[in-house]
Design a binder for this molecule. Sequence first.
Ligand code: AP5
Ligand code: MG
Length: 189
Amino acid sequence: MKNIIIFGAPGSGKGTYSDEIVKRYGMGHISTGDVLRAQIKAGTELGKTAKGYIDNGQLLPDSLMIDILADTYDSLPAGQGVIFDGFPRTIAQAEALKQMLAERKHDMGVMVELVVDEETLLARLLNRAIEQGRADDNEETIKKRFAVYHAQTEPLAEWFEKEGMRHTFTWKGSKEQMLGEIFAFLDTL
Ligand code: AP5
Ligand code: MG
């Protein structure tokens, strides 16, 4: 499978659909949020730095994230394709990803954009707060994450459009329908 960049607001389903895509196509999966949460749990220096940003709903510095991404990518088996979940989140990260893959003679692949209305996103994240207790799933931090998404990440969709990589899927109320549309597209690759 080609590389896939799964893109969308907090709670849009990047992690959920990545798991389904991995099951169907057997590829690698890098969630930068999961990488950082594992570092927090392990109590590393990186984890301590990450916690300050995550608890405040802010992005970590690009230079740090780009190094983490490259190390994680190189630790996966080559040639099976990777889903990038939560990266890139800024234009600088997108440019760095493009360069990193070009240096390895790998293709950027496709971008899958998940568009979900904000009322649904908020309800999902508040529900996950009850089920999983993720530290950044409280209403105050969720609102900051939405604002950061709109200011710093959403403009990146245009960047992917210009690269000819953007494929948009819009939530219409059914997970099965959304997943069916995503699979129908990915099956053609
Ligand atoms: P990250 O972990 O990436 O969080 P996020 O972008 O806020 O997104 P979420 O993981 O909350 O949502 P998701 O889209 O994966 O949705 P999910 O499938 O879980 O990043 C966290 C933080 O780390 C950032 O704020 C930042 O500080 C830092 N960070 C990470 N990457 C960075 C980077 N590149 N640069 C700088 N900083 C970075 O779904 C949400 C919930 O909805 C689940 O509980 C799911 O079960 C439920 N759900 C219910 N119905 C559905 C449905 N129909 N479809 C999908 N999910 C559904
Ligand atoms: Mg996630």
